[in-house]
Ligand binder design. Structure first.
Ligand code: BGC
Length: 983
């Protein structure tokens, strides 16, 4: 039975910052001290990385940005009116305020979020309990012991937006010898950097279902980041999971199934971290849509709340984070929006409780950029690092931490144990990744540190562009980190893009094509009876085949121009080059045999001569696409989240008209779709002349080459769908719909569909998708046989008792003298740069006492599901081994993904006797294999205790049903599961 978090004590987490401003050391996160009139600048300042137009900085085309148009600046910002008018307005204004305050209480700018349901979880668990981190914690303890309070605070707080060269920069502890860290996006490449790779997006990587490629991608990303001087890479992205297929940032992650998402995320993390770079699992958690994700971005003072029950949270959305922690991820980024009406970065249940206690996370929690909405409260709730260090607004130089955190420690509001743990976690993560190795990570004075600037493409530029400092220096060293020769990361990007291309329709085996024409067989036919007058005629249609306005036409790829190879936002990267489909096709087709015509537009004039040309085509390739991205950019009416799942820019119409007229109606049409996620293809998929369809996702810089590899069969078509392609957006159910309009002062998004997202929803409601999750065609045939399930251990309901962890470091907790935290005499301060120092010892007041949240003084019970990285280690014991034989029965070498789905026993009841509802089936394992014709191979997949359990909200633990039978289904898609066994 699903249970919502029941204790309604969110108020503490919402009200604490408000009260803190009245009687505590911190400024309020509410309007008392907030100048709302400035907020129209919000997006621009977030974007200032590429907007500042002074010499040496980037400039932003205005078109890429949403026009807020909410009149807020006008309402609050009118300054010069005649005195009488002014008086009348003031009176009316005050009256309106009184009316509103005494009325419904719904006055948007005064409303604190309504009370939520997220329970409290205190105190914040200390890091240093897991043996694989022991050495790093021992070293960290020694270093932290030598740090002063201001040094400690400096490490936890970013220096402010554009304060240094990376998108996030921490301060250093010079005396103790701990460096400033560079934190840089992102999930598919190094944002704002030159000479680095624009890899295929997460969704494309998910579509490969290839664990090795996932790892290799992470490895290459990690290497590039290290060579560029990036300590912390802000990826991979596994939240959004993809609850809503139109979610703007789904493409950054690996698809809406928790297991596929988790396997990919963990592999990428291992890869990144094997190169010594700290990876970041983001965004924790439930940031499933862009609309209302962030305070002020959408004209509302508060972000939306994603409201979820405990079981769904565990079984779906936390799952990839659990695997990331198990993979040893160094950092987790908490998300912008609220979870059960507490901001994610100040939500003690999800940070202290689930992440640090239950999942045993040993690294540090950093906030998403400006996701921190309170000072003391977020520190107590488990936040360890604030990014980019600014306060409630971009570049306000008014951090919620920095000197305020220093004061909060000095007056006892934030315990010494908490600040020590915050710093120890960061320092331990740094040691854990070997970043104390001076050869790999030289100090800035020895040529180390970031060797690129996020803020200019010029060689020299401002060193602290977000401040009043005019100091300049060499900021871009233009280091090429893309690898060389056979190790060039372009080769890897090409492989991933090719394997991430999903062939969903191949009538009459139209694909693979021959370089001399259509398919090899048809060319042979034609060669024996050659058409006297002409070559084989191929026409290419669609803007998406070409270059458009250039590969980096819009900052952060914030527009859909030319071929689509990435979504937009902070998750995008600069393209060092982009092989367009048209370029690759021009060199792929043999000009002796093939005549190529190009119509790189979505509105070709298909009359007159063009109609005649079209009449003569043997084959037409049509390119269409669908784009989306992060919510601070709006393009073509799309504010982050897509408005629908149809192809954009008239793609449907283009396919329809080409399919109708290609070869006078007798030609063959192949459609190639580049998209951020599922696209509804119903408007043309059944047209008989549409013989082939490739869903090529977002292929990155090697787009055209990868496509050619598949179109011409140089590689088998081996991509499989990492999402369901429904026949309509409505088919994904009410839970699959974006909340486009606010339904309250604090918009509420209720995840009432529970576990039933994507294929689980289609299964439960018996809806036929167009193409199911896991589906994709090969150029060869495979059969599966000999399914054997071997139970390795008897079923048992609960995991072993939680093991006791190691003893975390301990410190002298004496609060230092306030005078030790004063600005050093003669210190030169930069405007808006965030410092840990205080102005005067008078800032440190000891009364009134900080209003700690209810429950703060009663330690929460430790979770029985905890005790190791990723949770109780016994959750990962193997309970059954599944074995199956895969045979390539076709005529060519090919790759297949063997997929294992599990159905839970019928009639399961929980400890209170209530029935437990399960999805029809859930993916629990997969393996991709390459086989030659006639070759067979055995595949082994394991089922762990966690795989066989559900999250019991009463026992607060993973429970394995011990009666009844599990059904194991093995096949090649979620709806093609020929082999079935029970145990
Ligand atoms: C995004 C993060 C990103 C950060 C820094 C935020 O807007 O949500 O994913 O890492 O900016 O650029």
């Amino acid at each position: 039975m699903a249970r919502r978090f029941e204790s309604a004590d969110v108020r503490k987490e919402q009200e604490v910052p408000l009260r803190a401003s009245l009687d505590g050391p911190y400024r309020s996160s509410t309007d008392e001290e907030h100048d709302w009139s400035q907020d129209a600048d919000y997006e621009n300042s977030h974007y200032a990385k590429s907007v500042v137009s002074e010499a040496g900085r980037r400039s932003k085309p205005a078109s890429a940005f949403r026009d807020r148009g909410d009149g807020r600046r006008g309402f609050f910002g009118q300054k010069h009116r005649p005195r009488r008018t002014c008086t009348i307005i003031t009176v009316l204004f005050v009256a309106a305020i009184i009316l509103l305050l005494t009325g419904s209480g719904a006055w948007v700018y005064k409303s604190a979020p309504k009370d939520g349901e997220s329970p409290s979880w205190y105190p914040s668990p200390l890091g240093g309990t897991v043996s694989s981190w022991q050495e790093s914690y021992t070293k960290a303890e020694a270093l932290v012991k030598s740090m002063s309070l201001v040094e400690k605070v400096n490490i936890t707080t970013g220096v402010g937006w554009m304060g240094e060269l990376c998108v996030g920069n921490t301060g250093r502890a010079s005396e103790a010898g701990f460096p400033a860290l560079c934190l840089q996006d992102g999930p598919l490449g190094i944002r704002f950097a030159d000479h680095s790779t624009a890899f295929p997006a997460g969704i494309t990587t998910g579509a490969t279902w290839n664990r090795d490629l996932m790892y290799q991608r992470g490895r290459a990303q990690g290497l590039e980041a290290r060579l560029k001087g990036v300590n912390v890479l802000l990826g991979p992205n596994m939240g959004p999971l993809g609850r809503m297929p139109a979610g703007g940032r789904n493409w950054e992650g690996f698809g809406p199934d928790p297991v596929l998402q988790a396997v990919a995320a963990a592999a990428v993390i291992r890869g990144i971290q094997d190169e010594g770079v700290m990876a970041t699992a983001k965004h924790y958690i439930l940031n499933e849509q862009e609309h209302f994700r962030q305070s002020f971005e959408w004209g509302l003072p508060n972000a939306m709340s994603s409201n979820i029950d405990d079981r769904t949270l565990h079984e779906l959305y936390v799952w990839p984070f659990a695997e990331s922690v198990r993979a040893g991820v160094a950092s987790v980024m908490c998300s912008y929006q609220m979870v059960n009406n507490s901001y994610a970065c100040g939500n003690s249940k999800i940070l202290n409780g689930i992440l640090k206690d239950e999942l045993g996370f040993q690294g540090f929690v950093q906030s998403d950029w400006l996701a921190q909405r309170s000072g003391v409260a977020s520190a107590l709730a488990g936040l360890d690092m604030t990014m980019p260090g600014d306060g409630l607004r971009w570049q306000d130089g008014d951090s919620l931490w920095g000197s305020r955190l220093t004061v909060a420690v000095l007056n006892g509001s934030v315990p010494m144990s908490r600040i020590n743990d915050m710093v120890t976690r960061i320092v331990a993560a740094w040691y854990q990744l070997g970043q104390d190795d001076k050869e790999k990570w030289p100090a800035p004075e020895d040529g180390g540190g970031p060797n690129f600037s996020s803020w200019t493409d010029d060689e020299t530029g401002l060193l602290h562009p977000g401040t009043d400092d005019n100091a300049t220096g060499v900021v871009n060293k233009f280091l090429n980190v893309q690898g060389k020769g056979k190790d060039s990361h372009g080769n890897l990007a090409r492989k991933i893009a090719a394997e991430g291309t999903v062939l969903v329709k191949n009538e009459g085996n139209i694909l693979p094509l021959s370089r001399q024409g259509k398919s090899a067989s048809s060319v042979e036919k034609r060669m024996s009876t050659p058409r006297p007058s002409s070559k084989y005629n191929v026409a290419i249609f669609g803007e998406d085949a070409g270059e458009g306005r250039g590969r980096n036409a819009c900052p952060d790829r914030g527009c859909n121009e030319g071929t689509l190879a990435s979504g937009w936002g902070s998750g995008a990267a600069e393209f060092p080059y982009l092989v367009t489909p048209i370029e690759a096709l021009r060199s792929a087709f043999d000009p002796e045999h093939v005549e190529l015509s190009e119509y790189l537009t979505n509105e070709p004039a298909l009359d007159g001569d063009a109609a005649k040309t079209l009449d003569q085509q043997d084959l037409c390739l049509v390119f269409i696409n669908s784009d989306s991205g992060e919510g601070y950019i709006s393009w073509g009416g799309i504010r982050g989240d897509r408005n629908d799942l149809f192809p954009q820019k008239g793609g449907d119409k283009l396919v329809q008209s080409v399919a109708k007229s290609c070869g006078g109606g007798k030609g063959d049409t192949i459609v190639i779709v580049h998209a951020v996620g599922p696209v509804v293809v119903e408007r043309w998929i059944d047209i008989p002349s549409v013989k082939g369809v490739l869903l090529a996702n977002l292929p990155g810089e090697e787009s055209g080459n990868a496509l050619v590899d598949i179109l011409f069969g140089d590689d088998d078509a081996s991509g499989r769908l990492p999402y369901t392609v429904g026949k309509s957006l409505e088919d994904y159910g009410p839970g699959g719909q974006i909340l486009y309009y606010p339904n309250g002062v604090v918009p509420q998004q209720n995840f009432t569909e529970g576990l039933f997202v994507d294929y689980r929803h289609f299964d439960k409601y018996n809806i036929n998708p167009r193409y199911e999750f896991g589906f994709g065609l090969s150029y060869t045939n495979f059969t599966l046989s000999n399914l054997v399930v071997t139970p390795l251990k008897p079923k048992s309901a609960l995991p072993s008792p939680r093991p006791t962890g190691l003893t975390p470091p301990s410190y002298d907790e004496t609060i230092p003298a306030p005078s030790s935290a004063l600005f050093p005499p003669g210190f030169r301060r930069l405007k808006k740069y965030v410092y840990p120092y205080i102005e005067s010892t008078k800032q440190v007041k000891h009364s009134p006492i900080y209003p700690y949240p209810p429950g703060y003084h009663t330690p929460a019970p430790l979770s029985p599901a905890g005790g190791g990285q990723g949770g109780n280690p016994s959750l990962y014991d193997t309970y059954a081994e599944v074995q199956v034989t895969l045979t390539n029965t076709g005529a060519r070498t090919g790759k297949q993904v063997v997929q294992l789905y599990l159905s839970y026993p019928q009639g399961v009841t929980d400890s209170a006797g209530s029935p437990v509802d399960f999805p029809v089936k859930v993916l629990r394992g997969f393996e991709k294999l390459e086989l030659d014709p006639g070759e067979s191979s055995e595949v082994k997949l394991n089922l762990t205790r966690k795989d066989l359990s559900y999250w019991c909200t009463i026992q607060q633990n993973w429970v394995m049903p011990v009666t009844g039978t599990f059904v194991v289904r093995v096949g090649t898609s979620s709806r093609d599961l020929p082999l079935v066994a029970e145990f």
